[in-house]
Design a protein around this ligand. Structure first.
Ligand code: AMP
Length: 419
């Protein structure tokens, strides 16, 4: 039996990898524009980081993590997201003593054992932003506008930012009490996991994926109805800044986000495909996360964009402007001597920045030309013993099939003038 890639993973082939490079370079560009710097961190962490950071009662920690014991008996988890790792990095490297706020970004793979329907993978990729050290709603508006403008820069014009506030530990007490009372009324209908959550963390019932729980959650009290004055003021200020920044948003009181670390602002950016909303970005404020995993109290806010979904959208909407890069020149060879000369010519062309491949399979000239044509090269350089003696080569224009004789020493300059 042939071995296949594991369920929920995806190979990226040459005809698609250039799209990944394209979106990555656009993301790096926008990060630079907003003053964000890249961090890189391990693919796996000690499991405890996600238990404490993401939260014991979340779907991610309870059902979706790839966790195993390593040979030293330590519990290791493949990162299911980036924020907890960046918060760990922030504490471990003493970032609290750096100038605030700290603006960090990352491009990562993440792993969740999920149902593989609806654009969900078990290994997927995220572009993420984290801003540490600012409590101000200006920062919330800044990062929402960063991600909004990123999508706009890619040509997505049908996107909406859904925002909500889920309050802080002060207003949450009252909210959670009411939420618990509400769900108690439906106790028998809740799934077994949600029955447990009712005691430990009723808010997590709001993002349960079971149909029954979803239905019950529809009429549950909403966090926005319980905000304290500080959270209300924060949310109003955010809306004002988003208006000023020209970001298209709407308030969605149902967003709670499936991770425990969020406080105040939460948001999702969606695009509409075939009348269905597809979430391509999710984020929010996490003022207590750093403290929760052992650092000194530092506010923070961030988001993550799903790269597979973003690429799917761009492809569906015909928004991929580039083509895969192909070699510009093919150097054909006829005979041993010519092969040596081909190496020389190819090095010179590459030194001059012209992307070049040479014949590696000693095929007939006709087959070599067919191959060069399939590769999509602009030119082929043809050399045989005769040409070498005269210090020239034949340059074939692959689009028009016309040929001309060019001196080898001026070949690079000549090709440059033509492409
Ligand atoms: P989250 O980390 O759950 O807030 O997700 C942020 C974004 O990552 C989502 O809006 C999705 O676009 C993407 N995402 C999350 N989980 C998956 C998955 N299993 N497969 C593909 N994309 C995902």
């Amino acid at each position: 039996m042939k071995i296949q890639a594991p369920k929920g993973t995806k190979d990226v082939l040459p005809e698609e990898s250039y799209i990944w490079q394209y979106v990555e370079s656009k993301f790096r560009q926008i990060c630079k524009l907003y003053g964000y710097q890249e961090v890189r961190f391990p693919t796996f962490e000690y499991t405890e980081l996600f238990q404490r950071g993401v939260g014991e009662t979340t779907d991610i920690v309870q059902k979706e993590m790839y966790t195993f014991l390593d040979k030293g008996g330590r519990s290791i988890t493949l990162r299911p997201e980036g924020t907890a790792s960046v918060a760990r990095l922030f504490i471990e490297h003493g970032f609290a003593s750096r100038p605030m706020p700290q603006r960090l970004y990352y491009i990562i793979s993440a792993f969740r054992y999920e149902n593989t329907q609806g654009g969900r993978y078990r290994e997927f990729h995220q572009f993420g932003i984290e801003n540490f050290g600012s409590k101000s709603p200006v920062t919330d508006a800044e990062i929402i506008s960063l991600s909004y403008n990123f999508f706009v820069s890619l040509g997505l014009d049908n996107i909406v930012v859904n925002i909500n506030s889920i309050g802080c530990p002060v207003c949450r007490k009252d909210y959670v009490k009411n939420l618990k009372e509400y769900f108690l009324g439906y106790y028998d209908k809740l799934c077994p996991t949600c029955k447990q959550r009712l005691d430990k963390n009723p808010m997590r019932i709001l993002d349960c994926k079971e149909d029954n729980c979803k239905l019950i959650a529809q009429d549950a009290p909403k966090p926005i109805e319980y905000l304290c004055d500080e959270c209300k003021t924060h949310f109003e200020a955010l809306k004002g800044y988003l208006d000023a920044a020209g970001v298209c948003y709407r308030v969605d009181p149902y967003i709670v986000r499936g991770l425990d670390y969020y406080t105040k602002t939460v948001f999702e950016i969606v695009d509409v495909v075939l009348d269905k909303e597809l979430a391509i970005c999710g984020g929010g404020r996490y003022d207590n996360l750093i403290e929760q995993i052992g650092g000194s109290s530092t506010p923070g806010i961030g988001f993550a964009i799903g790269v597979e979904r973003l690429i799917m959208l761009l492809s569906q909407k015909g928004l991929i402007p580039q083509k895969p890069q192909v070699p510009q020149v093919f150097v054909a060879t006829l005979g041993d001597l010519a092969t040596k000369k081909a190496f020389e010519i190819a090095s010179t062309l590459r030194f001059e920045g012209i992307s070049t491949v040479i014949e590696e399979l000693s095929r007939s000239l006709k087959s070599q030309m067919k191959y060069a044509d399939k590769l999509g090269c602009d030119f082929s350089v043809i050399i045989g013993d005769d040409e070498i003696e005269k210090g020239v080569c034949k340059l074939r224009n692959m689009k028009t099939s016309s040929e001309e004789v060019v001196r080898i020493e001026s070949l690079a300059q000549y090709i440059k003038s033509k492409i």
